[in-house]
Design a binder for this molecule. Sequence first.
Ligand SMILES: [Zn+2]
Ligand SMILES: [Zn+2]
Ligand SMILES: [Zn+2]
Ligand SMILES: [Zn+2]
Length: 387
Amino acid sequence: MLPPRQQPRPGGLQTSLSLVVSPDACGSPNPQERGSTSDQARDSPSESASSRETWPTSEALMAKKLEKEKENGYAEHSVVRNMSNSDKISLRDIARERVDVIADRMRNLPDEYLEKFKYELRVILEGSGGAQHRNEFQFLQRLVNSRGELTDGILCLTHRTQLEILVAIKTGIQAFLHPSVSLSQASLIDIFLYKRCRNIACGSVLPAEECSCEICSKKNGFCNLCMCAICNKFDFEVNTCRWIGCDLCSHWTHTDCAISNGQIGTGPSVKVGASSAETLFRCHACSRTSELLGWVKDVFQHCAPSWDAEAFVRELDFVRRIFQRSEDARGRKLYWKCEELVEKLKGGVADPMACKVILSFFQGEPDILFLVLTFFYTICDWGVVDK
Ligand SMILES: [Zn+2]
Ligand SMILES: [Zn+2]
Ligand SMILES: [Zn+2]
Ligand SMILES: [Zn+2]
């Protein structure tokens, strides 16, 4: 059994906001589309399986900064005023023109002008312009993705800003344009060519752990250490039932993706010698099954003490949805227990008793103790007993 995703949240480099995701790198480029495939997904308490790849700077901060730059006109006019038309290049030029030609022209451009490209692309990736920005991003990405000549050798000829822009267009991640991110040219080229994980906080050489499974060997940028085997996206959620780990190949899957993709169901026990049925997760990477009750039990036992009331309700809701269609007795019981506790806790009050009730269930306490705890919990809830 894998431990829950307990790796510490990356400090400085947390996330990289991308409204637009790379269609070729992601199974489902449209988060709304993915949500609508499952009626359970609508219950998702957070951003759900959309797995926003977010940049650490808070969105508000970034929006403010962009706003300020907008107000200042980003010094564009003063820079552009002194340039002839033949010197000017656009993001589209960078996306489609020969690397060496653009690199030469960029070398003659003032730094402010180069920053203007990054700013322009960041605004597009920010997506505040709605459909217009989305269309422009998709257009730029199609241009870049259609270029078979962008090999290691050719990308070595790029201007630094040009390479950052090409990588940001290819991945849809604005972190590559951020002033505080300075990856080496070799790393940027590797990310562009899907030889390194595009999650800057991970940065693993791909295929990670030299995995030769079907998904890892597709060479489309998937990283088994940090991405979902179904939607190919990453996020930084840890200590949560939001992710399910495969007991056998250790690849990760968003719970929401597993549910909407029909990877969770009831089947014969995977334990040797056991004849009963249990709720199972079928891994998209290795097609083998892991049992889920032990999984959520481990997550709760390791992580529940650190959850606040909101997190506790969210986690119970994940468990509720995981076991929603369970046909085995223990799975059904867990589903009903979660359903009941979620209802009770919706007021948002942290209740250690609720945690005890669920942990005693996982510990397989004798039913009588479980019933006593549940009864005590219920009368507390009615206010019969002072908390
Ligand atoms: Zn793999
Ligand atoms: Zn990774
Ligand atoms: Zn996913
Ligand atoms: Zn697996």
